[in-house]
Design a protein around this ligand. Structure first.
Ligand SMILES: Nc1ncnc2c1ncn2[C@@H]1O[C@H](COP(=O)(O)OP(=O)(O)O)[C@@H](O)[C@H]1O
Ligand SMILES: [Mg+2]
Ligand SMILES: [Zn+2]
Length: 245
């Protein structure tokens, strides 16, 4: 529980002379609630575009297929994230983004930067780690694990309808038909209602077909502009090495 506001005693109103004005705590509380319901892990709150560093992306390594250096790709991906934020603020039905790339290339960082920026603007965002979602849905069937807080329908329904959904780590898992159907139902609903998704995945869009099936992947690629972040070394490993030095 939050402590009672010293200024307004939680009435939400303070007196300025003779005039009643809204207390600043209302906005703060609403913000806290937004961040909480976004399920964005605390650790990822500092993933912001202003903290995004380009030094991990080599200027002399080339994506031969695209003809861009890793550095140029990082710049383009960053720009895409930044543009998405402004576009979403103007039009919540804008197209989404799909960040693919190897482990430790900054995909989750960029997706979280989008989430953080939009939450700060008061937008409702849901950050979902795909394997966790599937596990949570499954646990709602299991009465010994289900505390009764939510049902499968609540979870899937929130993921379907939230203004912005971030699907983190839509990876190379062994999806069962059951989990493929859950993912499909979320993506299909969002496509039909023009609700954007920001996806991160460590598999190439071509390989997504194999893991998620044709109908889900083709919809995803229709909704999300793809960016493939590339690094020579896992950024996590570089940062660990630097800390240890
Ligand atoms: N461009 C960046 N600038 C600063 N730190 C970064 C950057 N990209 C990633 N990191 C850090 O490196 C680690 C791995 O990044 P992450 O985005 O989780 O990788 P991925 O999702 O591609 O596996 C995290 O600790 C993250 O904070
Ligand atoms: Mg990640
Ligand atoms: Zn107050």
């Amino acid at each position: 529980m939050n402590p009672v506001c010293e200024l307004c005693g939680d009435s939400g109103i303070i007196l300025k002379g003779e005039v009643a004005v809204p207390c600043g705590c209302i906005r703060r509380k609403a913000m806290t609630k937004l961040f909480k319901t976004s399920r964005l892990p605390k650790k990822l709150l500092n993933c912001t575009l202003s903290n995004f560093s380009f030094r991990y992306y080599a200027k002399d390594s080339l994506d031969v297929e695209k003809g861009f250096s890793y550095y140029e790709i990082a710049k383009l991906s960053f720009q895409a994230a930044d543009n998405f934020i402004s576009k979403f603020l103007q039009d919540p039905n804008t197209d989404g983004l799909l960040f693919s790339g190897p482990v430790g290339s900054g995909k989750t960082f960029l997706a979280c930067s989008i989430a953080n920026a939009l939450l700060k603007k008061g937008k409702v965002v849901l950050f979902i780690v795909v394997p966790d979602l599937l596990d949570q849905i499954r646990s709602t069937y299991d009465t010994s694990r289900n505390s009764g807080d939510y049902t499968e329908y609540d979870l899937v329904d929130t993921a379907r309808q939230v203004p912005l959904l971030i699907l983190d780590d839509l990876g190379a898992h062994n999806y069962t038909d059951w989990s493929r159907n859950k993912i499909f139902s979320i993506i299909n609903y969002r496509l039909n209602h023009c609700l954007p998704i920001v996806v991160t995945t460590n598999i190439t869009p071509e390989d997504l077909f194999e893991y998620l099936g044709e109908r889900t992947t083709s919809r995803l690629l229709e909704m999300c502009k793809p960016y493939r972040l590339l690094v020579d070394l896992d950024i996590r490993a570089i940062q660990r090495k630097e800390r240890d030095q």
